[in-house]
Each structure stands twice: as C-alpha cells, then as structure tokens.
Write a protein that binds this ligand. Structure first.
Ligand code: SF4
Length: 380
C-alpha cells in the first residue's frame, strides 16, 4: 500500500493535536497491531508458548500486551476524572480505585506501586502472559483499555508489530515515546509550580523521584501495600484530602496548551527530543531504497522449502516470512549498487524483485546499508 493511502494513527486527542503542530504530515496508523482483534493471540488448537524465544510467541487472551501498570501524570488523571461520559465510567472508576488505594499516588500523578515495578523489572518472561501483571485499567468485557482516550506515552506508542518494521519501531519507540514521556514529566511538574505548590512538598517529590532513579531498597510498608501517613502528608502539603481536585486543576491547565507552549515549558530537552522525533517521522514517511545494500543479521526461525520465517529487528514479536529461494539470493546484496544486485538476481536466479518487496526487506533490516551483515540460524 502506498504510504499516502495508510490511515492516520489513533492517538489521545491532546497528543494528536500537539503532534499535528509538530510534524509536517500525519502519522501513519500501525495497522498490523490490531488491539481490538489482537494478532498475537493463539488461534484455536494452538498452545501458549512458554518462553519468549520459543518458535511462536503468543499473548494470553486475558491480558494481551497489557501486562503493565501505566504512569498516569496528573493532567491525564484530571482529564479522566473530568470525563463524565457514562460510557467511560468503567475507565474512570479504575482510576478512582487507584486513587483510593493511595499506592504510588503523588501530586505528579499515579505511578506503579514500587512492588509492581520490581515484578515488572524481573518479569520479562511474563510479558503479555501473566494475569498477575495485568493493568488495572484493562476491561474484561471486550478485552479493551478503559482509559484509551487518555492513555499515556508508553501505552500510545508501543506496538507488537510495525508496518514499516524497524523504521516504525525507531519512530514510535525510540523517538516519539521518549519525547512524550519527557513532555508528560515536564508538564506535570509545571502544573505544580503554576498551582503554587509549597517548597516542602516539591522537595519531597524531587527527593522521591531521585530515590526511584537510584532504585532504593523497598520499604516494608511498600511491600505490604500500605502508605506511610507522614510521608504522604509531606508529599501532598495543603492539597492532602483534595487529591482529585488537584488533578482536575492540572488537566484544566494543560488541556488548552498549544505545542509551541509545550516546547517553551519543556525547555531544551523537549526541544531536542522534538527535533529527533521530527527526523524519525521524516524517515517513516520516506519510502526510498538505499543506493547500496548488504544482507542484514537475521535469525532463521523456521526453514521451509518455499517459505522461511526470519526474525530480525524484533525477534519473536514480528517475524517475516521470506520466499526461501529469495533468501539465498540475498548474497548478491554485498554492498554493491542495489540496481546491479537486482539485475544479477534476475539474470542468474530468475527472480524479479519488486520495489515493494525490497523496501519491506529494508524496513525489516533483512537488507541494510553496508556495514552490518550475516545470517545465522535460530540455534546459534
Ligand atoms: S492503560 Fe490501557 S493500553 Fe495501557 S496497559 Fe492499561 S489497558 Fe493497556
């Protein structure tokens, strides 16, 4: 499909508005990652694979990829609390439950409880599979996200598969995600300054964030799911008991901001990340083929006489099926001019490679710019 014919990505309204101001064109939708009809679920008769390096990797139907507790910054929490659409009630109530539990909540927003973060850090094998790791905003009914309209930076930029393979992953995961994450943090702190937070709670918040960066040992009350009252009072200052009001105020401050204002508030780091994201967006929209190519480093996952499944940029999540004869013809790509390699493949192997397929092999890093090369089997 031509890039221009691809539908635009569905992002939260606020982020979508900002990114329309940042990028010169739309962001193409990642149509291969189908949240409503998840492509990562096993079909009838297939068994859930046990390890991520198994030949076929599936998500658990009762979690899909949502084995993650999102960090909802104060203005996002406020947007959720202000949304009185009856259809949104289950999502709003999942946020109210986190608020009531008080675990991980602060004027900056709702963070995953420390004990959950520990599980998450060591739970790579549980990703997409463990019910215990499931997000509190995941709705059993329909297997949907309860806070989809206001999902945060990780949730709105993570995909199991990318239409443009490594190019898409670079845009979403390595450029847009860190940009939005930085924006969220900067805006959340800006809200507190605008609301004239006192120095004591600000100091406590800055301390807490420095401590979480340093991965301090867990405290007993954190493991027991309790909140230490004195520490809680210090964090909230005069807003203690009016936590939901604070979040709503933050939403009212952030919702009208333009992207230019976000850039000014976020300072040099947001501006630098915006520049990186703009370049990644330009690459995402560029479908040209490099003048010279070499075979990339891939794993041969499943070798068949006609089709071979290879894993390249994404290991188990997004393998690519390549015609086996074509895979052997890739040796012609050895850094010589692409047009010469294509001509010799046609002359010597009788294979005519269409431009779309070459583009796909490049996107999936099966072909790369000269420098990195080598095919190895899954047993290596
Ligand atoms: S917030 Fe929504 S998208 Fe994010 S992990 Fe939870 S259910 Fe999934």
């Amino acid at each position: 499909m031509a890039l221009s014919a691809i539908p635009s990505a569905s992002l939260p309204e606020l982020y979508s508005r900002w990114l329309r101001e940042l990028f010169p064109g739309p962001i193409p939708a990642e149509t291969h990652a189908t949240c409503d009809a998840c492509v990562m679920l096993p079909s009838a008769g297939q068994i859930l694979a046990q390890t991520p390096d198994a030949r076929t990797f599936y998500f658990n139907p009762s979690t899909k990829c949502c084995t993650y507790v999102p960090q909802l910054h104060n203005f996002l929490v406020g947007q959720i609390l202000l949304d009185d659409d009856p259809a949104f009630a289950p999502g709003r109530s999942s946020v109210e439950s986190r608020l009531a539990a008080r675990l991980g909540i602060s004027p900056l927003g709702l963070a995953p409880p420390s004990s959950y973060s520990l599980q998450y850090e060591h739970g790579t094998l549980a990703f997409g599979r463990s019910r215990a790791m499931r997000c509190p905003h995941y709705l059993d009914e329909g297997g949907r996200c309860g806070v989809w309209k206001y999902r945060e930076s990780t949730c709105c930029t993570w995909f199991c598969k990318y239409v443009r393979g490594a190019v898409g992953q670079n845009f979403w995961r390595e450029a847009l995600h860190p940009l939005l994450q930085t924006v969220e943090h900067q805006l959340a702190m800006w809200c507190l300054v605008e609301l004239e937070f006192d120095a004591e709670p600000l100091e406590a918040l800055l301390d807490a964030s420095a401590r979480s960066d340093a991965a301090d040992p867990l405290k007993p009350e954190e493991l027991d799911g309790r909140v230490e009252p004195a520490e809680y009072a210090r964090l909230w200052g005069r807003w203690r008991g009016r936590e939901a009001d604070l979040y709503r105020e933050c939403a009212r401050l952030v919702s009208p901001l333009s992207w230019a204002q976000v850039l000014a508030i976020g300072g040099a780091e947001v501006q630098a990340r915006a520049r990186v994201a703009t370049r990644a967006h330009a690459r995402l929209m560029d479908s040209s083929i490099p003048a010279r190519l070499a075979a990339g480093s891939v794993q041969l996952v499943q070798i068949g006489p006609e089709i071979t499944r290879v894993a390249s940029y994404s290991n188990e999540l997004d393998p690519l099926d390549v015609p086996t004869p074509l895979l052997f013809a890739l040796r012609y790509f050895d850094g010589r001019l692409t047009q010469d390699a294509l001509r010799e493949i046609k002359q010597n192997e009788g294979i005519t490679l269409q431009e779309d397929l070459v583009r796909k092999l490049v996107d999936f890093s099966v072909l790369v710019s000269p420098g990195l090369s080598g095919i190895h089997s899954g047993e290596d």
